[in-house]
Ligand binder design. Structure first.
Ligand SMILES: Nc1nc2c(ncn2[C@@H]2O[C@H](COP(=O)(O)OP(=O)(O)O)[C@@H](O)[C@H]2O)c(=O)[nH]1
Ligand SMILES: [Mg+2]
Length: 225
């Protein structure tokens, strides 16, 4: 996808109304510091759109980035920050749950995990939660540049086993530093937003007026024979 324009359109806190968007949405989830902002910046070719932060867990908002007039990237708040109190964690959970339950445009949730380590209990809980809400998670294994090439397959297997992910669950390695994996992730996103594109349906559906024209043309062709 050619990125022409990206705007941070909506920032939702705990009590905000969630936007009723018309364009498809893809959401990004993962623990704080996993590389979510770096991934979003990398996918959108922006250096500092989604803030990469040295204070993990600070932003407890859901951010909607409008990409061209094609779709929204939904940046979900990070989880698992040790210093976050129980109260904040509960609020965080309610906020994400409300979004997963009510969005009409959400096509998929990308779950980010660090390729260097086995996913945490929180990662596994998030994975199950995404599934329970009726979405098929796509896993992105971040910080690919931090391991040797020879370790990639082994780490991907470890991630799959730890999350008990189904065989057809995609696990896509990505490096924000080298941008390796960027094209593959975009291919998945483009596939997701094409799936239920009403414009495409309209192009296939034949309106009565058009049907009439094509019948007339066919009749003319037949009479020529
Ligand atoms: N080497 C390397 N570092 C990364 C990568 N992605 C993120 N980081 C670093 O990890 C830290 C957290 O990244 P950030 O995108 O802010 O994580 P977030 O909290 O999930 O949004 C930052 O210091 C980033 O520079 C990556 O692919 N490779
Ligand atoms: Mg971030």
């Amino acid at each position: 996808m050619v990125i022409k324009e990206v705007t941070l359109e909506t920032v939702c806190g705990i009590t905000s109304l969630l936007p009723e968007n018309v364009l498809p949405e893809v959401a990004f989830a993962g623990r704080s510091n996993v590389g979510k902002s770096s991934l979003i910046n990398g996918l959108l070719n922006r250096k500092n759109l989604a803030r990469t932060s040295s204070q993990p867990g600070k932003t407890q908002t859901i951010n909607f980035y409008k990409v061209n007039t094609d779709l929204y990237f939904v940046d979900l708040p990070g989880y698992g920050y040790a210093a976050t109190g129980k109260d904040t964690r509960e609020k965080w959970g309610k906020m994400i749950e409300r979004y997963l339950r009510t969005s009409k445009q959400l096509r998929a949730v990308f779950l980010l995990v660090d390729i260097r380590h086995a996913p945490t209990e929180n990662d596994a809980a998030m994975y199950d939660w995404i599934c329970k809400n009726g979405y098929q998670p796509v896993i992105i294994a971040t910080k690919l540049d931090k391991i040797k090439r020879s370790q990639v397959a082994k780490q991907v297997k470890l991630i799959r086993e730890t999350l008990k992910a189904e065989k057809d669950t995609l696990i896509l390695p990505f490096s924000a530093q080298t941008k390796a994996g960027r094209e593959e992730i975009w291919q998945v996103i483009e596939g997701l937003i094409r799936e239920e594109d009403p414009a495409e349906d309209a192009a296939v559906d034949v309106t009565p007026a058009e049907a009439l024209v094509s019948e007339t043309v066919n009749a003319a062709n037949e009479s020529e024979d």
